[in-house]
Design a protein around this ligand. Sequence first.
Ligand code: SF4
Ligand code: SF4
Length: 151
Amino acid sequence: MANPVDRYRSTHLQIRKILTPYTARLCPKCAEPCCRKPTKVREFDVLIANACGCSLPSANESVTEMVNAGMQSIAGGSCEKDEMEPCDYLGEKGCLFPDDLRPFECTRWMCSFLRREMKPGDMRQIRDLLHKLGVLHRTILDATDPRRSGR
Ligand code: SF4
Ligand code: SF4
């Protein structure tokens, strides 16, 4: 049986295959594009992509921005969508992460536009695949972080 990283990558690809026809149609004309700061990128996403041959910069800044946005929200502040800067990992041709190693939380997040458009059969498949992706994500995290597995 393939190892968890290979299965994680192939599950990403299966998800992307279902989503691409929808995102290709919806994203270019989206009124509220989601690849903006604070992003959902975690250091794990960068580390696993780099271990598989990418050379992406650290996500520490993304995490700091996310914490700052959370603190601002707790304090009652907000930021208008069109004031938010694009994600640092958004290139001219889209996300700089490879399709099979997109950040876990970016992949998991289904926007309201997608949810509204998606055929029920596709939605069912996506739910099953996201569940599988979550299990594999935890397995890899546990294997790479001794604190999580109690070793
Ligand atoms: S919010 Fe949805 S439709 Fe808009 S850019 Fe993001 S994924 Fe595409
Ligand atoms: S990492 Fe990629 S998918 Fe996630 S917000 Fe940035 S550009 Fe979008």
